[in-house]
Design a protein around this ligand. Structure first.
Ligand code: ARG
Length: 479
């Protein structure tokens, strides 16, 4: 029996009819299917297919240019990968759990397509720097998309705010009516929250836009690779300078989920207000039919489902963050298989966040504001009590005394079922002789809002200035 026959016999004994693993050389027994399935990430990491092919194209080009593989092999690999890319876009690729993950599946598909040259793609590379590179590319692309989505929502808020500088509604603290505010001012508060989210996302790119490729499994490689070449080819701004760090860092993924969590918290707070404001009790707004649903039993109902869902989905984004930071906390350097669990939370997070942002933008674009109802609310409350206290303070009454006095007047009104504007001048004079007829103008909610023109305040002019600042910020950032 010749050598080749022997190895053939050996092969079939070890693997029987089943698929030979790409890493199978050292093994004499192969895992059963159910174990393969447990270990496989292909059901979800196929989402990284296009990044993986992109990474391989850059790697192969560099291998050729550095003289590590011959031109013909490179051409073969390149054409094979381009074809795989086309098939991937067309949804024509079929993956298998036997090949564990997207990296091995694509290598197998490439080898099936172009023959032995396919096996050269993994020269000077490990799946550890490969997966990290794919993941960096993915998170970078998604972060840019999320920034664009945030900006869309900001634009919608600005458009709505522009129409409602002079729309007045009660401002709340403790969910108790506090002082009247301009609706534009209220909406712009969310604009600034989103602006901070955008800043965080943009800043995180510094740490996402960095290339691990070339780190090998953990220690670098003996091949004369050129990392600058792959870095530029893949559009990264920087590369990791420590191979151990390169393959074991998942900070960028955690940061993505952490920023997403804060962003979702903002959306959730906004939703909470939309839900409250669209209730019969408030009736400040009406959410468009396109974003609400009916009840299967109660025909009169119009439920703010989409706003509730965004509020609800905030929980799963927090969950992803917690699962990621928990996943990483006990891992020794460098790569550990635990890290395969890093993908689903990130995939789920970016999909959820983009979905929620689109829903919010649609909801804001179609929001109907009930201005009369808001005005009615400020007319029938005590949110002008501070005006009265300030009025007295300006007449020389120490503010603390003025506060006490106004508190007593409010209590008197509550007992008599009226509001501050219903009290006559004679009655006021009994409380304090300094009060004159000019008080009634001061007590009007519009007047109260109009005059708060301190920088960042709710006064109409201050809000106009704020809106302008927001608009120019958006114009600059979208250039
Ligand atoms: N599927 C793996 C993951 O997502 C790829 C890296 C595997 N590396 C290894 N040495 N087993 O983490």
């Amino acid at each position: 029996m010749g050598t080749s026959d022997k190895s053939k016999q050996f092969d079939s004994k070890r693997w029987g009819e089943s698929v030979k693993k790409l890493w199978g050389g050292r093994f004499s027994k192969q895992p059963e299917d159910w174990v393969d399935e447990f270990g496989a990430s292909i059901p979800f990491d196929q989402q990284l297919a296009s990044q993986d092919i992109k990474g391989s194209l850059a790697h192969a080009k560099m291998l050729f240019q550095c003289g590590i593989i011959e031109k013909s092999s490179y051409e073969n690999i390149k054409n094979g990968l381009i074809d795989l890319q086309r098939q991937e876009h067309a949804g024509e690729l079929h993956y298998s759990a036997e090949y564990e993950d997207i990296h091995l599946n694509l290598e197998k598909l490439l080898t099936d397509k172009i023959g032995a040259d396919g096996g050269k793609i993994h020269t000077a590379r490990s799946r550890n720097d490969q997966v990290a590179t794919d993941f960096h590319l993915f998170v970078k692309e998604e972060t840019i998309q999320i920034i664009e989505h945030v900006e869309e929502l900001q634009k919608s808020l600005l458009t709505l705010a522009e129409k409602h500088i002079q729309t007045i509604l009660p401002g709340y603290t403790h969910l108790q009516r506090a002082q009247p505010v301009s609706l534009a001012h209220h909406l712009l508060a969310y604009f600034w929250m989103l602006e901070r989210d955008k800043e965080r996302l943009t800043d995180s790119l510094k740490r996402t836009d960095i290339m691990p490729l070339g780190a090998g499994a953990l220690a670098g490689t003996t091949f004369p690779i050129d990392r600058m070449m792959t870095m530029e080819e893949l559009g990264f701004s920087k590369k990791y300078l420590n191979s151990l760090d390169a393959v074991s860092d998942r900070d960028f993924a955690i940061e993505c989920c952490s920023i997403a969590s804060i962003l979702m918290m903002h959306l959730s707070r906004f939703c909470e207000e939309l839900i409250l404001w669209s209730s019969e009790e408030f009736a400040f707004i009406e959410i468009s039919d396109s974003f609400t649903t009916g009840s299967s039993m109660m025909p009169q109902k119009k439920n703010p489902d989409m706003a509730e869902l965004v509020r609800g989905k905030t929980g799963r984004v927090y969950g992803s963050l917690v699962s990621l930071i928990t996943l990483m906390k006990g891992l020794p350097l460098a790569y550990n298989k635990d890290m395969q669990e890093d993908k689903e939370p990130v995939f789920d997070t970016v999909k959820t966040v983009k979905g929620c942002l689109s829903i919010m933008t649609g909801m804001v674009n179609e929001l109907k504001v009930n201005e009369e109802r808001m005005q009615e609310a400020v007319n029938k409350d005590f949110s002008n009590a501070t005006e009265l206290a300030d009025y007295l303070a300006k007449k020389g009454v120490p503010f603390r005394e003025a506060h006490e006095l106004v508190g007593q007047i409010v209590l008197h009104c509550i007992h008599n079922g009226c509001f501050l504007l219903d009290v006559s001048l004679d009655e006021y004079k009994q409380w304090c002789s300094l009060i004159e007829n000019d008080l009634f103008k001061v007590l009007s909610p519009k007047h109260a809002v109009e005059r708060r023109n301190s920088e960042g305040g709710t006064g109409f002019q201050a809000v106009r200035n704020q809106l302008e600042a927001a608009q120019s910020l958006l114009a600059i950032s979208s250039i």
